[in-house]
Design a protein around this ligand. Structure first.
Ligand SMILES: NC(=O)c1ccc[n+]([C@@H]2O[C@H](COP(=O)([O-])OP(=O)(O)OC[C@H]3O[C@@H](n4cnc5c(N)ncnc54)[C@H](O)[C@@H]3O)[C@@H](O)[C@H]2O)c1
Length: 277
């Protein structure tokens, strides 16, 4: 019997947790730039009975995204997409954050949206970080949502002189992810498919551990200690949300961002995490 095909970008902890929860019995094409990560996660999953094909890809390159899609289509129509590849503010310079997290995600949603199977579903992973940034104007939001992908990085709001630091670049990228999901879900719907987004808070993964050890380490440790949940989250908790969003139970949910941050954003605006005035 032909298996449903699922493409997963980012051989990281969040992607793996989602793929393990939702990918059993499917053909999983797992892409990552770093083949050490990709082979390690593919092996862990294969040892647990999953059918995983590791594939080297770079989310910041359209050519590479198309090569991964092509690989997946060799196994049949793509029914599911999970985009968990990304770099954090402590891991990469401004240009790389914008190229991977913002442009690359936008291209992936666009290209998968051209081939996604009827009844299919996708999720991408943004971040609570996008929620702490002040509101953008309606026109700026619209630009992030709808500007053709190849023109995105030329927008004034994304010009180097208008991006303060790597955190600001990451926040803009994650805000763009949310807006892009709203725009692209209308195109995915033309193929009978849905697209949603999860905005995690602090989730213990190698990416978060780099943040704990980076220049904003104390800020993040204080954030999870004082947020309503009083702890960081786990990748498996993100998988619980992804399982719902990828299932038929969520057939009325598309274009949505699910904030799952232990209440950190709520506390940042109205609780004990409010910044000092
Ligand atoms: N962990 C957290 O606290 C947290 C919080 C909010 C959002 N997120 C987001 O979740 C997503 C997954 O992160 P994670 O915590 O699972 O991290 P992770 O470090 O476990 O995995 C990220 C993976 O992405 C890969 N990657 C990086 N650049 C790439 C590129 N150009 N092309 C292909 N692969 C690339 C890395 O090699 C790595 O394997 C990211 O988008 C991140 O911004 C994470």
């Amino acid at each position: 019997m032909k298996k449903d095909v699922m493409i997963v970008t980012g051989a990281g902890q969040i992607s793996m947790a989602i793929a393990r929860r939702t990918g059993f019995g499917k053909k999983i094409v797992l892409g990552d730039k770093n083949m050490d990560n990709c082979n390690a996660i593919a092996k862990t999953m294969a040892d647990a009975g999953f059918d995983v094909e590791p594939f080297q890809m770079d989310l910041s390159s359209r050519e590479s995204i198309l090569a991964m899609i092509d690989k997946a289509l060799g196994y049949g129509e793509i029914k599911y997409m999970v985009n968990g590849a990304g770099v954090s503010p402590s891991q990469a310079p401004i240009e790389a954050i914008l190229k991977v997290d913002l442009y690359g995600t936008a291209v992936l949603l666009e290209e998968v949206g051209k081939v996604i199977a009827e009844g299919g579903a996708g999720i991408t992973i943004s971040s609570q970080s996008g929620w702490r940034m002040p509101q953008l104007s309606p026109e700026e939001d619209r630009q992030l949502a709808m500007t053709p992908t190849e023109e995105l990085l030329d927008l004034d709001i994304l010009k180097r002189e208008n991006i303060k630091d790597t955190l600001h670049a990451y926040q803009m990228a994650k805000r763009c992810n949310e807006k892009r999901v709203m725009y692209e879900c209308t195109r995915w719907a033309e193929r009978g498919a849905r697209l949603n987004d999860i905005a995690p808070g602090i989730i213990v993964t190698p990416l978060a551990i780099d943040e704990f050890n980076g220049p904003r380490g104390d800020f993040y440790k204080n954030m999870f200690a004082k947020c309503p949940a009083g702890r960081p989250g786990t990748a498996d908790e993100m998988a619980t949300i992804a399982e719902f969003l990828l299932s038929d139970a969520a057939s009325f949910v598309t274009g949505s961002t699910f904030l799952a941050d232990g209440g950190a954003t709520a506390s940042y605006y109205y609780g004990s995490l409010q910044p000092e005035k």
